[in-house]
Ligand binder design. Structure first.
Ligand code: M6R
Length: 365
């Protein structure tokens, strides 16, 4: 039931504050300011020598964000690949590695094949799934559920932010186990997590600014998304969302790669969406943005309040998010990229919930 919403995707975008809260309650003891897992872990984060992450589509981008988190907070090397490549790479795997799979449906063929490969290679098998009775869940040693509820729209939204929430909780858990974050840092991260639903509600309020851009975006043929650090996977996710439901060609790039090729494409006909909260990368990304502006590129800047104050570019539109702790920014900044795709597709009148040629669950390779 779509309730008062026009599409399931719109409804699912708006459900995010609640489902994230619900999911986090499974992994976080807010009263004590600590993370915890209610089940039993069949491996020990303290002694793991590597995490191999594998997934497809949006779930893959969640994994790319998580690579930054696990490496930074827990100092564990993370190997990350799309499942359709991972399964055929014949990667040598060492003992005591964790193979972690991310899948909303738990039925994606390539992800399942990667899981079976890792099992043969003697890895600990864990999965983050939204469907606990799925095949991937059944074949895992341990599952980390996302409690997003059924996701109907083919374009994944709430499953993505719930996957990110679980992954961040796990990265904090791993950091604690390995002694790479202090008790005080853990408390600060937990406080940030506790504020997520509030920040997501604030992010949703950008809907009018974003809907106003739909008319402009609906007329273009190509859109480039740029981001650095954890905003790089968000740029790829934003581009994927736009492609899927509006059929506009879009690409997500690491901002620093701009000069290594894509800058040749920049002119007034290709908007560039820049995802840049005012974090330690902000100045670098802004200098990439200026390179775009100098070539008459039209910029849509997704930033926070302080980033918006600093932006002096004339011909740009700014989408302003709340100022949030860096660690949770990728979860909050997922919202505007989802909304940008949604409002554009809605304006164009495409079949938002069931875009052409796509299936919700991809059970063939
Ligand atoms: O069910 P899964 O999470 O394994 O699905 C993976 C991808 O097929 C999925 O995320 C796909 O890319 C979505 N349509 C993205 O919106």
């Amino acid at each position: 039931d779509k309730g008062n919403y026009k599409h399931f995707m719109e409804k699912e975008i708006h459900e995010q504050p609640e489902v994230i809260q619900h999911t986090l309650a499974h992994y976080v003891d807010f009263a004590n300011g600590t993370v915890r897992f209610k089940g039993k872990l069949p491996f020990d984060f303290a002694s793991l020598n590597r995490i191999s992450l594998s997934a497809c589509g949006t779930a893959y981008y969640a994994g790319v964000v998580a690579k930054y988190w696990f490496e930074k907070l827990a100092r564990i090397p993370v190997d990350m690949d799309v499942a359709s490549e991972f399964r055929y790479r014949e990667m040598p795997m060492q003992e005591n590695g964790l193979a972690l799979f991310i899948s909303q449906s738990g039925e994606t063929a390539d992800t399942l094949a990667s899981l079976r490969y890792c099992k043969q290679e003697g890895q600990h098998i864990a999965s983050i799934v939204n469907v606990p009775e799925s095949t991937i869940a059944r074949e895992s040693d341990v599952i980390f559920p996302t409690l997003a509820g059924a996701e109907i729209g083919v374009a994944s939204t709430k499953a993505f932010t719930c996957q990110l929430s679980v992954l961040l909780a796990l990265a904090i858990m791993a950091g604690r186990a390995r002694g790479t974050i202090s008790a005080g840092e853990e408390q600060a991260y937990v406080k940030a997590l506790s504020e997520l639903p509030k920040f997501i509600r604030q992010a949703l309020k950008a809907d009018n600014t974003i809907a106003d851009l739909a008319h402009e975006l609906s007329k273009v043929k190509h859109v480039l998304y740029l981001g650095r650090g954890t905003n790089f996977p968000l740029a790829m996710e934003g581009a994927l969302k736009l492609k899927e439901i509006s059929y506009i060609h879009a690409e997500g790039y690491a901002a620093g790669e701009l000069k290594h090729g894509p800058i040749a494409l920049i002119d007034e006909t290709m908007p560039v969406v820049v995802i840049a909260p005012d974090d330690s990368y902000y100045d670098k990304t802004v200098s990439n943005m200026q390179e775009v502006a100098a070539r008459d590129g039209r910029i849509i800047l997704i930033t926070d309040e302080s980033g918006a104050k600093k932006n002096a570019l004339e011909d740009s539109t700014t989408i302003v998010m709340p100022t949030v702790p860096d660690v949770i920014a990728p979860i909050v900044f997922a919202l505007p990229v989802q909304m940008l795709a949604y409002y554009t597709a809605n304006f164009m009148g495409t079949d938002v919930d069931q875009p052409r040629n796509l299936a919700k669950s991809v059970t063939v390779e």
